[in-house]
Design a protein. Sequence first.
Length: 211
Amino acid sequence: MNETRYPLCWPANWKRTTSRASAQFGKTDAGVNDYKRKARLSILDAIDRIADELRRMSVKEEDVIVSTNIPLNLSGTPRGDRGEPSDPGAAIYWSHKGKSQCMAIDRYTRVADNLAAIAATLEALRAIERHGGGSILERAFIGFAALPASTGKPWREVLRFTAGHNYSRDVIEDRFRRLARELHPDKAEGDHDSMVELNAARAAALAELNT
């Protein structure tokens, strides 16, 4: 993979948050008289949560890249003695059953909280599998697939729009749905990479429409 741990490598075509909020993530510590209180979550705490969730999904730690705008220490992990960067977003990249996957969150004002949100999302996805939704989980992961770096097709080509074609959000969504029915891995004519490419093209088309 070509992703960097530092600086932040935000996934292509993932929408950025324009207004961030404070989060409620924390860790429970035993205080005086065994009173339970939430302590401020550190970056290493959040990374450990991500590692635990991915480990339960049989993902090896060495196959995971945690990318942020926090400089790294000698061990290659984000330093905990730096202030919050202007862009506190966080992204992770990993391999799931031979496929490159990614997930990124920048909703919160602290890097640690964005990392914790990724861990919480992974936990929710694992719950789908625990309750017998293995096929649903596989479909969900299509949305987190990292677009291969070698894929450089313009979104108009992927969505099969001709030159000069007038389009709107409804037109884009309709074309996406029709092609998804054809290219989804569940279909004989479809496959994982084609669906990943289609998802990325839809995102790029909508992003251009909103500029």
